[in-house]
Design a binder for this molecule. Structure first.
Ligand code: FAD
Length: 431
């Protein structure tokens, strides 16, 4: 079959791999001039490794992603350094990435609350019954089972940070379950950065006969009634395919395929999601003297964003010509004021956060900053969300859709992009 894939992110490339292996004629259309999608990276002259635009790592349990890397023969390029994640309590930072560290965390005292925190964590890790958890909100469930104090201190800042004031009370408990279930303290990356993996994967696809068309934004997809094939249009050209797999956001699918039935389009447009904004800094000096990697920043303590990540406390600054790489990022609604500020104005907002991590920090430590944003960063799963998941096979014959809006109950991630890309490929092969 002649098959088109829209998007050369990890999902689109995984699907292309399986479909090409099965002997089909595959063309991948990608709007950007490089592969990798949300997990792509950039490189400065003098850096051996790329830096992801949005901080990325793999978990040790990411079996779909790590399985694909193994199939491609690159497992020796996956590394699992041991970075430190820290929690904020009374203006101090405490490591919080093992059971022992959680026991030693002073915020919960030594009695009942700590026990409750531990039992709730254990229950969520052991249960597989996410379906009953999606019927309640994190807010209701955690207040009831973890208790007011534990929820306020440990979980509420996370849901507020991720989903903002508008949605945090509405997010369902299956989302929290999936986070706890899928995460490990060991965090992995690919030698050279995620972009290196994406580039190698793209090269492999080309060797397999896949046509990869970069800098080619698709504008419209429609079904030709005479032939039943799908017509893909860019600004300047058009081409017909027997099958098309779209891997963009739901709203982008709705814009691309206006002939989808109204009820399907309505469902796509009603799905809620968060945008994200990340500023990347290259610094002359290490920011966290203790070598901490991931700082969860509670907004109620006055921090300007949700996370501060010192990438070079995870992989060595040697790979970046001695630069120290720090991310400051947040999930926001697309109309948040941060998206209207200039890079210089945002820098003014974010810099006090750097100083709170290291009081010695001075603005002249900053060598360069980069600003990245995306409108589609995090689906928002409301109560009974499983009813709203768009099926991979759309009502338009021959048209398939596989995106992070459909990996639920799992939270988004490259691991699940690979899983859904390959699932879509199996459906196309069986069609
Ligand atoms: C802030 C942030 C942090 C994250 N952290 C992690 C992490 O630590 N670990 C992890 O595994 N995952 C993480 N993720 C999630 C991960 O990046 C995504 O789940 C994954 O990359 C999604 O892959 P995808 O192929 O489904 O979609 P995408 O990567 O979004 O790929 C879609 C592609 O389609 C292209 N496209 C869109 N419209 C068109 C068009 N009209 N024509 C042609 N091409 C088009 C886009 O340019 C893009 O390349 C993070 C995401 C964000 C935003």
């Amino acid at each position: 079959m002649k098959i088109a894939i829209i998007g050369a992110g990890f999902g689109g490339m995984a699907a292309a791999y399986d479909l090409a292996k099965a002997g089909h004629d595959i063309t991948v259309f990608e709007a950007e001039d490089h592969a990798g999608g949300l997990a792509s990276g950039f490189k400065e002259p003098g850096w051996d490794w790329s830096v992801e635009k949005f901080y990325h790592h793999w978990f040790a349990g990411d079996k779909h992603m790590l399985g694909l890397v193994e199939e491609l023969g690159w497992s020796d390029k996956v590394i699992f350094p041991r970075p430190y994640t820290v929690m904020h309590y009374q203006d101090k930072w405490y490591p919080f990435d093992s059971i022992l560290k959680a026991i030693l965390f002073p915020g919960l005292g030594w009695g009942f609350n700590k026990l409750r925190f531990g039992l709730v964590g254990l229950f969520l890790r052991l249960t597989n019954n996410w379906y009953s958890l999606e019927k309640v909100t994190v807010d209701e469930w955690m207040r009831k089972w973890a208790g007011e104090k534990v929820y306020r201190l440990m979980w509420e800042p996370l849901v507020i940070g991720k989903f903002g004031d508008k949605y945090y009370k509405q997010v369902n408990m299956a989302w929290m379950w999936a986070r706890i279930k899928a995460r490990t303290t060991r965090l992995g990356t690919f030698e050279g950065g995620f972009q290196n993996f994406a580039d190698l994967f793209a090269e492999r696809l080309v060797e397999m006969g896949v046509e990869l068309r970069f800098s080619t934004r698709i504008k419209h997809i429609s079904r030709q009634s005479e032939t039943g094939s799908l017509l893909i249009e860019t600004e300047t050209a058009s081409q017909s395919f027997e099958r098309v797999l779209v891997t963009t956001s739901p709203s982008s699918l709705a814009r691309l395929v206006t002939s989808l039935p109204e009820s399907y389009l309505k469902n796509l447009l009603e799905l809620k999601s968060m945008a994200a904004l990340v500023m990347v800094f290259s610094l002359k000096h290490q920011l966290s003297n203790q070598g901490y990697y991931w700082f969860n920043l509670p907004k109620n303590a006055g921090f300007p964003c949700l996370a501060l990540v010192e990438h070079t406390n995870y992989v060595s600054p040697e790979h970046f010509g001695g630069d120290h790489i720090v991310y400051m990022g947040d999930y926001l609604e697309p109309d948040h004021e941060y998206f209207k500020l200039s890079q210089a104005e945002l820098l003014e907002r974010f810099m006090p956060g750097l100083k709170r991590i290291n009081p010695d920090f001075q603005p002249d430590w900053i060598k360069k900053t980069w600003l990245f944003s995306t409108n589609y960063a995090q689906p928002v799963p409301l109560v009974n969300h499983s009813r709203n998941i768009p099926p991979i096979q759309t009502p338009l014959p021959g048209l398939y859709f596989a995106s992070m809006s459909q990996v639920y109950p799992w939270d988004r991630g490259t691991n699940f992009a690979v899983e859904i890309g390959r699932r879509a490929a199996r459906m196309i092969l069986g069609s």
